[in-house]
Design a protein around this ligand. Structure first.
Ligand code: 8DG
Ligand code: MN
Ligand code: MN
Length: 369
């Protein structure tokens, strides 16, 4: 099987939703380089090139083994002149000069540092960079800088929330959210989504769907869950967005980053969380807790499957699902619904949605595109 590279790789689809991508990445040497380049284009708001590198990285992640020579690239999709040149250089020299240059670039480093703060995106990073600010102490010392509530929490909990969340911590959080939801209604439904539902060992946050079978009830459920967490004294930050979901306004033709379901972006206090090695803040300063990012979304039950598919990710998998639906099927897919020209296609499960799209079912753990 190792030798038959031609047949192995000639069949790779340009769409992530037609590939099976586990957490095992055999081409990390290339995808790490592509991620730096994609980030740099993102910082400079050159969206096309950013996407090209993300798409190429995603395709490489799905391959059963490492790309070993130039010849093997010919039959692979999603690779352009620039991506191929970078790969060629890595094959020949072990690294890319362009990537090396970026990693030591002052602007790239500053943007990377600033955008690592919760609530800081490329636009804010750019604004701060233009003002000549280069470090956190520069920002915090500048009296003319106004930090919004999200950024204030981002700085306050920086050490904790920039540290990866473990599977065990995700399990503890699941119990906490489950308890809070069940205290409100025993019929509450809780589902793990995001990276942990794809089998990842670590995440930057933990994502859940919290809802109830009773239609309409889900809208008030989320504020009540938040209130419960607050009463437990573990709510460190809450950015709540009430539902703006309206079936009458579907389909939404303009692409929107956020869906319209009730949702919240939280920082919770997780008790009894210890860091192996003990070097990090949770132990270092004698605390027995850590701050952790949690996202909750609350769709009405008749749109549950679409919300689950949309929040399971990965982001690249989602992008390609939508792109595939449009380009190959003339359909419109988002986190709310699937729309086929004149009618909505109902779905109770993710499998139903894949079937509507004429796609083989891809398990969540195969969606690490
Ligand atoms: P990680 O946290 O382990 O690093 O990875 P992840 O779980 O895949 O990433 P994520 O940033 O937590 O996003 C999980 C999914 O949530 C992703 O497929 C996109 C989806 N999502 C939406 N809307 C929104 C939104 O408005 N904000 C965020 N943060 N995520 C959203 O569909
Ligand atoms: Mn996540
Ligand atoms: Mn998230």
């Amino acid at each position: 099987a190792e030798g038959s590279t031609h047949t192995l790789m000639a069949t790779v689809s340009q769409y992530a939703c037609q590939r099976r991508t586990t957490t095992e990445n055999n081409n990390k040497i290339f995808t790490d380089a592509f991620e730096v380049l994609a980030e740099s284009y993102e910082f400079n708001e050159i969206e096309g090139r950013c996407l090209a590198f993300r798409r190429a990285a995603s395709m490489l992640k799905s391959l059963p083994r490492a790309v070993r020579c130039l010849g093997e690239m010919q039959d692979l999709p999603c690779l352009g002149e620039h991506t191929k040149a970078v790969m060629e250089e890595i094959l020949q020299c072990g690294c890319s000069f362009e990537v090396k240059k970026l990693l030591s670039d002052e602007r790239y480093q500053t943007f990377k540092l600033f955008t690592s703060v919760f609530g800081v995106g490329p636009k804010t990073a750019d604004k701060w960079h233009r003002r000549g600010l280069r470090s956190f102490s520069d920002i915090l010392a500048d009296r003319s800088i106004h930090l919004n509530r999200m950024q204030q929490s981002g700085f306050l909990h920086y050490g904790d929330i920039s540290r990866a969340v473990s599977k065990a911590e995700a399990r503890s959080l699941r119990n906490i959210i489950d308890g809070a939801a069940r205290a409100i209604t025993p019929a509450a439904i809780l589902a793990l989504t995001g990276g942990f539902s794809r089998g990842k060992e670590f995440g930057h946050d933990v994502d859940f769907i919290v809802t109830t079978p009773e239609l309409g009830r889900e809208e008030s459920l989320l504020p009540e869950v938040i209130d419960g967490l607050k009463k437990q004294g573990i709510l460190l930050y809450c950015d709540y967005h009430a539902s703006t979901f309206d079936v009458a306004k579907l389909p939404i033709r303009r692409f929107e980053a956020m869906d319209h379901f009730a949702k919240c972006f939280l920082i919770l206090r997780l008790e009894g969380s210890r860091v192996e090695g003990g070097l990090n803040s949770a132990e270092g300063d004698g605390r027995g807790w850590r701050a952790v990012r949690v996202d909750l979304v609350s769709p009405p039950m008749d749109h549950y499957a679409f919300a689950l598919l949309g929040w399971t990710g990965s982001r690249q998998f989602e992008r390609d699902l939508r792109r595939f639906a449009g380009a190959k099927r003339g359909m419109l897919l988002d986190n709310h619904a699937l729309y086929d020209k004149t009618k909505f296609l109902a779905a109770e499960t993710e499998k139903d949605i894949f079937a509507h799209l004429g796609l083989e079912y891809i398990e969540p753990w195969q969606r690490n595109a």
